[in-house]
Design a protein around this ligand. Structure first.
Ligand code: SF4
Length: 247
């Protein structure tokens, strides 16, 4: 696909993110409207991913992701705050208190490990996602973050190789670029809308954002413009590294 078309797509997804935010939040930013917005964002990206699979087939390629395959579920996932409130709502609706607590304990464990790491180290860390089930399934599939939805591989062997060689930067999974880029633009559109209303939507580590969202009172503070999700300060090298891998 040529660069002009990709840029056009990116712009469209950015505008769509803003429009969805406006549609769901213009009459009030509160817990139900944030949940409705997140649901709409996921429905939008899921619809795109369905047509993307057809496009891939037409190009004589394949999406090699299958139910139960989980090599990508050991790597770092970046999320934004509204996704975390959606996920917590899902946990409250579908998990017992005991099961929820067991997951939060795993989230704490992963956080204890990643919070001390520099960016290049946590990006190469392989540590099972707290939501990864025993059968290799995602236990929160309907509410999984956008980063998980848009991570599609064209070759499962490349995913396995990356898993086996986490510190070798010449070995990486053959993930399709377009879904990752468009998912990011959709999120950026939502973020832009929130920022215009002085609500920060920092993208940061899944586990840390989830723990912050879980703290009592955090939602009200967040929509009042407090820096609930502000990531730690990064060195210049870390910022450059993050930019290179996630921009
Ligand atoms: S949330 Fe689900 S899909 Fe995403 S990394 Fe965790 S287990 Fe995998």
């Amino acid at each position: 696909m040529n660069q002009d078309i990709i840029q056009e797509f990116e712009l469209t997804f950015f505008e769509d993110g803003k429009k969805l935010a406006m549609q769901h939040l213009s009459s009030g930013i509160n817990h139900p409207s944030i949940l409705a917005l997140t649901k709409a964002v996921y429905a939008t990206i899921d619809a795109f991913l369905e047509s993307f699979q057809d496009y891939v087939q037409a190009e004589q390629s394949t999406v090699d992701c299958k139910k139960g395959c989980h090599w990508c579920c050991f790597q770092t996932v970046m999320t934004v705050p509204h996704e975390m409130y959606y996920l917590l709502h899902h946990l409250n609706q579908h998990f017992t208190e005991e099961a929820k607590q067991a997951i939060l304990d795993k989230v704490e464990k992963r956080h204890a490990r990643t919070t001390k790491l520099k960016v290049n180290h946590f990006l190469s860390l392989k540590h099972a996602c707290p939501f990864l089930g025993e059968e290799g399934n995602c236990t929160v599939y309907e509410a999984r973050p956008l980063a998980c939805r848009t991570y599609l591989s064209s070759n499962v062997h490349s995913c396995k190789s990356q898993f086996d060689h986490p510190d070798d930067q010449s070995v990486y999974a053959a993930a399709f670029d377009l879904p990752l880029r468009l998912g990011r633009m959709l999120t950026d559109g939502v973020t832009a809308y929130l920022q215009e209303r002085d609500i920060n939507s920092y993208e940061w580590l899944f586990e840390q954002n989830l723990l912050r969202a879980h703290r009592a009172g955090s939602f009200d503070e967040w929509i009042q413009g407090k820096e609930v999700f502000k990531p730690r300060a990064l060195s210049r090298e870390e910022e450059a590294y993050l930019q290179k891998h996630f921009a």
